[in-house]
Design a binder for this molecule. Structure first.
Ligand SMILES: C[S@@+](CC[C@H](N)C(=O)[O-])C[C@H]1O[C@@H](n2cnc3c(N)ncnc32)[C@H](O)[C@@H]1O
Length: 267
């Protein structure tokens, strides 16, 4: 996938070209192109901003440099132009997955008071990375590039190793441990040392459910449980205060054999 970023601070992007993304770039899985739209300014002093009509604090990004820079971009395959904006749709993991279908993502990074309104016509969509205001769109573009690139086939070492990541299936990921098995009296759960694969998978799913319930009630409330979750949630609710009030959401998953057994005996 190709990422093109229109920015007046291309040097800020040195940081995302390290580690995994550096490897992905070297193996040709991703390409990052930085376009300094100041180079496309028509004025003698290469100004990219001007005072707002009607007055007010701050400077506004002028249309000409950004329109000129956009016209110079060589579009590759199925492309999409994203304007980074605190007024855009909120970004999340689902959106990251949706963006992986494109061959080429083009980012417009704002600065100062923001863009001249006419620049918005260049974008297919506007994305915000959160309900707060950044100095510029560069950090937001980096967040999106990083989170999309790691979903592309081959970018992470082990194929599909993002599948269990937090948010990929609406859950937070289970806890991780590494050696030693006992550190200052803090022990690694037995099941992780047992080598029993089926039990390990059950433990991971149960801990994911627990974490999501304890830390992100909003995500937990949106979960659609799988049949195997019945047993895990029945084990979990006595351990997690408040979980019992959601029991109606998994009761329909009770295995038929258990239902029969728990039915009251007729006389
Ligand atoms: C200082 S902000 C402009 C704020 C603007 N005056 C307002 O209050 O709506 C400058 C630029 O930073 C970027 N930016 C700021 N916050 C952002 C966010 N939460 N997500 C994405 N981009 C953001 C946008 O590109 C924006 O044009």
């Amino acid at each position: 996938m190709k990422f093109t970023v229109l920015t007046i601070f291309p040097e800020m992007f040195a940081h995302i070209q390290e580690s995994i993304l550096k490897r992905a770039k070297h193996s040709g899985l991703i390409e990052i192109e930085l376009v300094n739209f100041r180079d496309f300014a028509e004025s003698k002093h290469k100004n990219v901003d001007d005072v707002p009509y009607g007055g007010g604090a701050g400077m506004v990004l002028k249309p000409e440099p950004i329109f000129n820079a956009m016209a110079s971009v060589d579009r590759t395959g199925n492309s999409r132009t994203i304007l980074l904006s605190q007024q855009g749709q909120l970004y999340n993991q689902k959106k990251a997955h949706e963006l992986t279908v494109y061959d080429h993502l083009i980012f417009l990074c704002g600065h100062y008071e923001g863009f001249d309104e006419r620049i918005r016509t260049l974008a297919d969509e506007e994305i915000s990375i959160g309900d707060y205001v950044l100095t510029g769109g560069e950090l937001a573009a980096m967040v999106i590039i990083d989170s999309v690139a790691r979903l592309l086939p081959g970018v992470l070492g082990k194929a599909n190793s993002w599948e269990h990541d937090s948010h990929s299936q609406g859950l937070l990921e289970y806890p991780h441990y590494t050696r030693p098995p006992d550190y200052m009296g803090m022990k690694v759960p037995e099941v992780l040392l047992s080598g029993h694969h089926a039990e390990l998978e059950k433990w991971r799913r149960k801990e994911s459910l627990r974490r999501t319930f304890m830390r992100r009630r909003d995500l937990f409330e949106r979960l659609e449980f799988q049949p195997g979750d019945y047993e895990l949630l029945e084990e979990l609710w006595p351990e997690c205060p408040g979980l019992i009030s959601y029991r109606h959401k998994w009761q329909h998953l009770e295995p038929k054999s258990k239902k029969k057994k728990s039915r009251p005996m007729s006389d």
